[in-house]
Design a protein around this ligand. Structure first.
Ligand code: URA
Length: 239
C-alpha cells in the first residue's frame, strides 16, 4: 500500500468516522492513542500512514486512503457537495462512511434516481469524468408517449439535440410488456442529455434512473437513498 506522512490527529480523524480533529487531539491528550505500541500524547507527532500502527482505545485503526460509495440517489437531491436551496447527496452518506474530501463523481439531475459514485479519490473521478473516457452508462427510462421503433436508428446515428449539441451514437433497448419504458445507453454526459434526446423525438421523459456505469450495475438490494461501500476492484469495473 502507498504510504503517506501525516499528523496523528489528522490520520485518526480521516480514518475514523465521526471523530473530528479536535476529538482526535483530546484522545491523544487522554493517552488513548498509541503509535507502534507507544502512547502518543502530542498530536503533532507525524506517522507514516499505511506503515505505522495506530491504536485508539485499544483498537487498531487501519489505513484506507480512499473510499468508494455506491449511492442509490433518490429524486429531490442534487449531486453537489453543498447547495443553498436543495438537499445534497452528501446528506445521504452514513457517518461511518463519511470522509473528508468526499464528493459525487458525476451528476444526475435533481429528479433523476439511481447510481451515483461518491469518492475522495480525485484521480479516479477525473478518469471517469474525462470527456475522452466514453464510459457507457445505462438508464431506465419511462416516457410520456410509447417508445417508437424509429428511435433505434435515430439514437444509433448520433442525434443533434437542442442547442446544436451532437450526441455520440447511443443505444435503446425496449422493455417487454411496457411500451412506455426502455433502456438507454450513452457514452457521455451532456447536460440533461437523455431528456433532450427524447424531446427531439417529440416525446418526454417521465422517470429516469441510472442503473449501470461501465460494467458495474447498481446493487438490486440497495434501497433508494442507501449507500454501499465498494472495493477498488469493484470500481475498476466502471473504467
Ligand atoms: N440525462 C438526463 O437528462 N438527466 C440525467 O440526470 C442523466 C442523463
Amino acid at each position: 500500500m502507498e504510504s503517506e506522512i501525516m499528523r496523528v490527529d489528522k490520520y485518526i480523524s480521516s480514518q475514523l468516522n465521526g471523530v473530528s480533529r479536535k476529538d482526535a487531539k483530546a484522545l491523544c491528550r487522554k493517552g488513548e492513542v498509541l503509535v507502534n505500541g507507544i502512547v502518543v500524547k502530542n498530536s503533532d507527532v507525524k506517522i507514516i500512514a499505511g506503515k505505522d500502527i495506530v491504536t485508539v482505545q485499544g483498537e487498531n485503526v487501519d489505513y484506507k486512503k480512499y473510499v468508494y460509495i455506491m449511492l442509490n440517489k433518490p429524486q429531490g437531491y442534487v449531486c453537489s457537495t453543498c447547495d443553498g436551496k436543495s438537499p445534497t447527496v452528501m446528506e445521504l452518506v452514513p457517518p461511518e462512511l463519511f470522509r473528508e474530501g468526499l464528493f459525487p463523481a458525476g451528476r444526475l439531475d435533481k429528479d433523476t434516481e439511481g447510481f451515483v459514485l461518491l469518492t475522495n479519490d480525485g484521480e479516479l473521478a477525473h478518469k471517469m469524468l474525462s470527456p475522452k473516457s466514453h464510459i457507457e452508462k445505462k438508464y431506465y427510462v419511462e416516457l410520456q408517449k410509447p417508445v417508437e421503433q424509429f428511435y433505434i436508428s435515430e439514437f444509433e446515428k448520433g442525434m443533434e439535440i437542442d442547442g446544436g449539441d451532437v450526441c455520440l451514437p447511443a443505444r435503446i433497448e425496449f422493455v417487454p410488456q411496457n411500451e412506455y419504458a426502455c433502456y438507454v445507453y450513452i457514452s457521455e454526459g451532456m447536460y440533461h442529455q437523455i431528456k433532450r434526446m427524447f424531446q427531439k423525438l417529440s416525446n418526454k421523459v417521465a422517470f429516469l434512473k441510472r442503473v449501470k456505469m461501465g460494467n458495474l450495475e447498481i446493487n438490486p438490494n440497495l434501497g433508494i437513498g442507501e449507500c454501499l461501500e465498494l472495493l477498488h476492484k469493484d470500481v475498476e469495473k466502471i473504467l
